[in-house]
Design a protein around this ligand. Structure first.
Ligand code: NAD
Length: 425
């Protein structure tokens, strides 16, 4: 399952063109929105534990800031590429616009294999990123957050470096921080929580009953694990889970909390097969990631990488609903195939926006120095998502298009209008 074969930027631009045509956008605006406003690309030298110095290519792409400061995560990984980061930055612009929070879109990445790094090397790399891009970061400029293979500890190092370099406290410059440094408890699970809210809305719309609704989740990291737990608690039947090294399936249902305990102990989900209780090491129920995507389930949740559902496997997807918790897991060709099959694809810009909404609440609270309880954060987050869900359903029905296009019509239309109000391009 190689993510690199399809260029995610081309997918993002294709999706944009569909919405631009329906909106009647002029070519000048379309061209501006098709490319980032700024692209930062530099090597970070890191002194490794063995005494050598290695350079790691680092990226920050700022797509659009018509609605507010740039906002977007930083991912670490050997497969990170400029095209991928550009696509992710563009999707952030649509996401923040769609859910109505005052941010633009950005994304960052470092091409590296974080699993091979010691803690000290990881800290040096994280601080190096901030040293490289400090002048472009800030609470009113560009606010990074965690993404794949980055976490609250990395945000803490980055914030510390930023404050040292700028000489003042600025907790709102990074979100997804540890609670002690101004993070909010509910941020870490906000994407999964928001995903569960959206899944429950679509289930209600399609009259699915939680108890008899089966769910398969690709990717059992921060997002996949949290959405699994929230849906399990809401009574849904989680039947399949996977990580980069394999998948497990149990049609009677899996307990995601027990699965996570086992994964932490064993290192990979394929070692954890459950039939009510954990049967360690049993190979029965172990399937491949490709098989997981084609399972006969009601809801499929891709929560790992881009380009997982393509023209090659979309015809074999049996789920009635594909709820995109990952960014860009479905290609435009696969979208078309799923739409023709009447499968409902709930787009990433909506389904995984809980993370950036949580980040927005963190930024607001950091700016005011006044903190809300987790319950209040979740309640506010649910309200935004339920409202956005209803608007997307309404827009897609109005134009007889899929939900992705409905979401794009709302988001792209809003960004284009704000550009126009600012005096045009
Ligand atoms: P993570 O690093 O915590 O987890 C990623 C998971 O995916 C890991 O379990 C990994 O083993 C698994 N994985 C990697 N390659 C895989 C493959 N080929 N098949 C199956 N599983 C595979 O990352 P995360 O923060 O959970 O992010 C997951 C996705 O959600 C990404 O697309 C990210 O951009 C998106 N997202 C994350 C957030 C957030 O708040 N963390 C917000 C919005 C969107």
């Amino acid at each position: 399952m190689k993510a690199a074969a399809i260029n995610p930027l081309e997918s993002a631009q294709k999706q944009l063109r569909v919405a631009a045509r329906l909106l009647g956008l002029d070519n000048k605006t379309l061209n501006v929105l098709s490319q980032p406003k700024r692209e930062l690309n530099d090597d970070i030298p890191v002194r490794m534990d063995d005494g050598s110095t290695q350079n790691f290519n680092s990226l920050r792409v700022q797509h659009n800031d018509a609605l507010g400061p740039f906002k977007g995560g930083i991912r670490f990984g050997p497969g990170v590429s400029l095209e991928e980061v550009k696509a992710l930055a563009m999707w952030m612009t649509w996401k923040t616009a769609l859910v109505g929070i005052p941010f633009g879109g950005a994304k960052g990445g470092i091409i590296c294999d974080p699993k091979r790094f010691s803690k000290r090397e990881l800290e040096a790399l994280s601080r190096g990123y901030v040293q490289q891009f400090v002048e472009y970061i800030g609470p009113d400029k560009d606010i990074p957050a965690p993404d794949m293979y980055t976490n609250a500890q990395i945000m803490a190092w980055m914030l510390d470096e930023y404050e040292k370099l700028t000489g003042h406290h600025a907790p709102a410059a990074f979100t997804g921080k540890p609670v002690e440094l101004g993070g909010i408890g509910a941020r870490e699970s906000a994407t999964g929580y928001g995903g569960a809210v959206v899944v429950q809305q679509v289930a209600k719309l399609l009259k699915m009953k939680p108890k008899s609704t089966t769910v398969a989740i690709q990717g059992f990291g921060n997002v996949g694990h949290n959405v699994a737990e929230f849906l399990f608690d809401a009574g849904y039947k989680i039947v399949a889970l996977s990580d980069s090294q394999g998948a497990i399936y149990n049609r009677k249902g899996l307990n995601p909390a027990a699965a996570m305990t086992c994964k932490v102990e064993k290192g990979r989900i394929a070692e954890c097969y459950f039939a009510g209780s954990v049967v360690n090491g049993s190979k029965s129920g172990v399937i491949t990631n490709d098989e997981l995507l084609e399972l006969d389930v009601d809801i499929l949740i891709p929560a790992a990488l881009e380009n997982q559902i393509t023209s090659k496997n979309a015809g074999k997807v049996k789920a009635k609903v594909v709820a995109e918790l990952a960014n860009g897991p479905t290609t435009p060709e696969a979208d078309r195939i799923l739409f023709e099959k009447k499968a409902v694809v709930v787009p990433d810009t909506l389904t995984n926006s809980g993370g950036v909404i949580g980040s927005y609440f963190e930024w607001v609270q950091n700016s005011y120095g006044y903190y809300w309880a987790d319950d209040e954060v979740r309640e506010k987050l649910s309200r935004i998502l339920v409202d956005a869900f209803e608007k997307v359903v309404q827009k897609s029905r109005e134009h007889k298009v899929d939900m992705r296009t409905g979401a794009y019509l709302l988001a792209v239309g809003k960004v284009a209008r704000s550009i126009e109000l600012r005096g045009g391009i």
